[in-house]
Design a protein around this ligand. Sequence first.
Ligand code: PHE
Length: 450
Amino acid sequence: MEKRSSFSGKIGFVLAAAGSAVGLGNIWRFPYLAAEYGGGIFLIIYIILVVTFGFTLMTTEIALGRKTGLSAVRAYHALNKKYAFVGYITSFIPLIIASYYCVIGGWVIKYLASYIGGGGTAMAQDGYFEGFIGGASEPVLFQFIFVAVCMIILFLGVKRGVEQANKILMPLLVVLSLAVAIYSMTLPGALEGVKYFLLPDFSHFSFMTVLAALGQMFYSMSLAMAIMITYGSYLKKDISIERSVKQIEVFDTGIAILAGLMIIPAVFAFSNGDMSQLNSGPGLMFITIPKVFESMGMGTWIGIAFFVLVLFAALTSAISLIEAVTSIVIDKFHMTRKKALALVGIVTFALGIPSAMAFGLLGDFSIIGFSVLDFMDFISNNALMPFVALMTCIFAVYGVGLNAITEEVALTGKFKQERMYRVMMRYIAPVFLVVILIGYVLSGLGVFKI
Ligand code: PHE
């Protein structure tokens, strides 16, 4: 049995958890959802969800992990056998996410390669992105390269090294994003975009705004996915869970907002009044960012720097996804780490191929109106994750007992938000999640349109 190593200190834990949390979710996914689902109203709902639900669930997961010292599947089983099935569902989600995450990771590599090859101007032209994802082989090729890079890092055991590198690269990402965001906001016509993104307009509110913000909150904070339980199992007893969670939240949300400020005002500036681009979905960052860099003049250098930094952020998140699945495979099937890794790598790649082809060979194919990639994304974040979150609440309240969790949190001193935590876990979170899930099913059945 492997001995559990622990993080060297507070900052080690926060950075590792932030490394998993900060990734494409913040830079690629958040801005397109905010653009599509109402701008300011999406932002405010998102922030409210982060400080209430996100806080509660992340605290629960980390405390459960630290209490048991086990990875998710075993943690659920060890605490209460009846809930072992939650552990299994939880582990299924990172596999689905990893599959299409690596597709987007591949897009990042493609863009980096094109910048290195001096293609900055070509990338700023309308239609470049569509041409790339519409191709038959390129998206799969780059998806393969991204998976391969993850596997090499994991096989060589240099994951630690990559996380260390991230300690330097993440602050750089913040600085560069800040500079680009300021530039974007000062483009002619961009102010309308700043307003759209920051000021809530209730006429844009819909059920979908809440559903999308909730899914994004789970995704961005790496929740309902077995990951924070595992990270918690490595956390030393003398580090405050409550403070760590707050720091991760600030970091994760801060980067998402910066990314929004880089991209959304630029959409307004470059669209000549044609707002349909706000609905570009997964392509938004890839369509808008090259235009911003091109207009800055030093497109090639900024493009290379930006995509290198995004690539690192994506790698640490993808690695944490693949690791989570691998540790479950090892626990469950008693395989060696190498074999389990190889298996998970192959399955991740194979499962992601349809997503990579979603806009090319499978372009005409849709599932309940979604492209394959959007479908994988939607089903995991908006259906499976709320379900697992609901189960986690029930498990925490009835399977383990909230006292056991609050005691774990209070090991390092008073749990300041304990009251809020208890009310959220017992009443608000479960009711809200049930409403969301019912709404989701009804809309899926066509009872109302979301
Ligand atoms: N939170 C990561 C991001 O924002 C994605 C991720 C989800 C990573 C789940 C690990 C687990 O990109």
